[in-house]
Design a protein. Structure first.
Ligand code: SF4
Length: 295
């Protein structure tokens, strides 16, 4: 497929006003001060200005190059050897979180298939460092699939994050094209296994829409997520990061996202954030409160 031909013009509802507020500038300077990266910047998230203005950010650990190359992702892929985890990174994230007065911290990472534990130990160390620094803080981890490793998931569970998030991202039929190194079944198994390791921790997942999936396939994916124990859901519009990435099939309207939100709530999800600009950790703090109230 020639991506050039299919680079679709964005509809009005996807145009985010640029936010250059004092708060956003403060977040940027804190991230620079502690040499920290965010998925917000690396994945070209359209909400960066908005979230920075809210004083929030999603920390990206384990470097900014990934061992995988999902066709929708703006994060740089690496064939070569990657740097070992930075032992000081957990402490720096804890310091930055405190300086940003965060009460809800989201930690995510690239996929590190080159590491024996996939980086699970570094994730756990970061959760523990943030919790030591900010007692009572809520922590959400948005993790890779750790190639389905039970040991890696147990390491994460033992650090007791408040929310376990693993994105399914798309429907089963599109996995071979869009997430060639991942597996639909493995992602569902990871979510289910985490529930067995930590039954009281809410599980969250998300789908990008507009990649070429059908409505029937979305319903099946939502059913599979409910069966694997997911209660918190995000649904957002896929945006093509560059002409070399998987093309947008179509832009869903805000009304369609609203309809999917209603559909998901009738399927038993307790917290559903659904909208063109919704991303995994968009207003994650509010979604957590919504989910906690209903569970
Ligand atoms: S595994 Fe994650 S970070 Fe890596 S390419 Fe895929 S979506 Fe991007």
């Amino acid at each position: 497929m020639n991506a050039e031909m299919t680079y679709k013009k964005k509809p009005s509802w996807l145009r985010m006003p640029t936010m250059g507020s004092e708060e956003a500038a403060k977040v940027r300077s804190i991230l620079r001060k502690y040499s920290l990266d965010t998925v917000c910047r690396q994945a070209k998230c359209p909400n960066l200005g908005h979230c920075f203005q809210r004083g929030t950010a999603t920390f990206l650990i384990l470097g900014n190059r990934c061992t995988r190359s999902c066709r929708y992702c703006a994060i740089e892929h690496s064939e070569g050897t990657l740097d070992p985890p930075d032992a000081n990174e957990p402490g720096r994230i804890a310091e930055a979180s405190a300086e940003m007065n965060l009460r809800y911290v989201v930690i995510t990472s690239v996929t590190r298939d080159d590491l024996r534990d996939g980086g699970a130990g570094h994730f756990a160390g970061t959760v523990e460092a943030v919790r030591r620094k900010i007692p009572g803080v809520r922590i959400e981890v948005l993790t890779p699939d750790f190639q389905g490793s039970e040991d890696a998931l147990r390491t994460i569970a033992n650090s007791e994050p408040d929310v376990f998030n693993h994105n399914l991202e798309t429907v089963e039929r599109l996995f071979p094209d869009i997430r060639p190194e991942a597996s639909y079944g493995m992602s569902l198994d990871v979510i289910e296994l985490y529930g067995r390791l930590s039954p009281s921790t809410p599980r969250k997942s998300g789908l990008m829409l507009g990649l070429g999936e059908t409505e029937k396939e979305i319903i099946i994916a939502l059913k599979n997520l409910r069966e694997s124990g997911v209660t918190m859901l995000t649904l957002g519009q896929y945006l093509q990061p560059s002409r070399l990435h998987w093309p947008v099939d179509r832009y869903l309207t805000p009304d369609e996202f609203e309809a999917w939100r209603d559909e998901a709530l009738t399927m038993g999800f307790v917290s559903v954030a659904s909208g063109p600009l919704v991303r995994s950790s968009f207003h994650a703090d509010e979604n957590f409160v919504m989910g906690a109230k209903k569970s």
